[in-house]
Design a protein around this ligand. Sequence first.
Ligand code: NOJ
Length: 747
Amino acid sequence: MTQKIISLAIILTFVFLSCSDLRKKMDESQLIEAKIDSILVLMTLEEKIGQLQQLQIKKNMHDSVCDLVRQGKVGSFLNPGNLETRNRLQKIAIGESRLGIPLIFGRDVIHGYRTVFPIPLGQAASWNPELVRKAARIAAMEASSEGIDWTFAPMIDISRDPRWGRVAEGCGEDPYLTGIYAKAMVHGFQGNDLKDPSAIASCGKHFAGYGDAEGGKDYNTTLIPESELRNIYLPPFKALVGAGGQTIMSAFNDLNGIPASGNEFTLRRILRNEWNFDGFVISDWDAIIEMIMHGFCKDGSEAALKAIKAGVDMEMVSTSYMNNLAGLVNNGELNTGLIDDAVKNILRVKYRLGLFDRPIAEVPCENVILTADNLELARRLATESCVLLKNSNQVLPVKEPVNRIAIIGPLADAPREQLGAWSPDGRPEESQTPLAAFQALKDNRKYLYAPGLQSSRDKSTRGFAEALKVAGSSQIIFLFLGEEAILSGENHSRAFLNLPGAQEQLIDLLASTGKPLVGIILAGRPLILSDIEDKLDAILYAWHPGTMAGPAIADLLLGKSVPSGKLTISFPRAEGQIPVYYNHRNTGRPPSEVHQGMIPGDPVNPVGHAAFYLDLDYRPMYPFGYGLSYTTFEYSGLKLSADTISMDDTLRVEITVKNSGLYEAFETTQLYIRDLYASLTRPVRELKGFQKFGLEPGESRKVVFRLTAADLAFYNYKGELLVESGDFRVFVGKSSADVLEAGFYLK
Ligand code: NOJ
């Protein structure tokens, strides 16, 4: 009896607490709305439009900028430069403008601030959202300590095209996984309480479809049917909004003929009306006036009108709102209600961030930049991001008696390059390179170094003789290859994805020594490795790993840690295979094992009609979800809890995973489904769950997933969300291409 009363008391307290929490939240948001309304009535049209303008601070424009702030003609700045400038402008806004509305300062804090973490595509390969959340938290702590209120991250564009330089900034090709990372990053950047001085607002970008740029050329047109938009490109944004992400950036691209920054369908109907997003939307840089160049607007006035009608609240850098909105209101083309809505959205976020109460940023009492903890997390995330693609004869990790190691290649000691694209606050002098990490080791090995090439694009073979000499006096060669930071990121698309410069020649030269050759590749995207794969005994794909690249890679090569990264984007065999992605549809003529290309000399396709190439394997070089370990994992005993489930049931999926090798290691078990027939053809695999866990040698673990009808839903061509009865397959395994399978019926 006493027991029951205690339990009841606990439940009641819990219910009461959650209600009072809820009540507090409700009160808080009502209070904010009331405050917003009370400011709005005081604002002139000019001041309202001012809130919608974000400017960048250019050198030599301080006086004119200060005047604009004084007149209430600007609501935000990007790239404030430093804390002093930021606070100087803020003091003018709160002390000298008529209404004292604080400014909000944004910056691209994409994968770290001073402590640079791996590029997001690398972070994603960790399959460890909790680590990614912690990295975003550190980035927020560092950035906020220098006066940043808001980051233009996470970038959650799905992309299937590694030619596009911005694949580096996203999480890869899968909507479900990207959604999970979106949530993790929002929680990391924004913390538990937006008002905390270390919280910065996040910004989900680029809304929408930007990653599908035709031909992989940045800024290029996208044509995406509504069902594909909703099933593939939008889910990460929906997840971000659900996680409380405060802002969204409208993209540069033309989406189905309507530029994304003037697109009422995506911005107003989906984002605002369907998802109830109540933060604010910022355009990408000049994206509003670029609608003139797109051929969608006659002039700046029409661009401003279309953007505000679509639901873009703040304009980044260009000034079409500042120049035209008042005129549009005065001539009756624009209702002030739309401007009021935009102002409210912006003020709401400023209130939530506590900018009205704490407008002046303060340096925290304790240093938060590049602390030992920050660096340790950067090292861990870099370690978990690396993907072991090949390891013939267990050449890795290095074992006794190997103790003379050649370190060669243009990226062995390239402190700036290892930071990757979009790391404006990372400093090369704070990077720990692989060469420095090996040289700092106090072990009994000898590390001999020769760069071979000065940079990834170096075509000169001048350094080859020295590299050969170093290789000749070593027992194993670590060859650091790849592409420099500048070859990926915004505006850096490539048509050819092989190793640039004379790197392939360097591989040939070193392979001729017959010494074990390990390629460590630092790159911002999947590169094409077909021509070099068989010349390398092992390949460790490290992406651009950030500040702690060196220690992380050294740990992996020497066996202090074991690789656990897995790809979140498929690696093509050749550019001609792009787009190649795991969640494609089956077609009416799917290829099979026999479709390996045309037999040399045979003039006709000998194996029957199928969606394949005569001159190339139809499968990717490395599939989504792939990555090796130093140990081996065995999968067995896939069991489903039922053959048939109804719409309200939960299907339990169970499998046993055993570490059958010699190293303690992490494995990521992946669950995919396939809807075999539906009113809209469905992908051959869709990721629906994953679990990352550690196992000691010989240890086994039962891994359990649960599927409900909601996991089987999809949007049809009319944009309706459906769950259809029928046969489904379930696949569980190490990668999208290495699975055990079973089936069930949904009734
Ligand atoms: C343009 C980029 O597309 C966007 O991602 C970035 O946040 C802005 N410039 C601001 O730098």
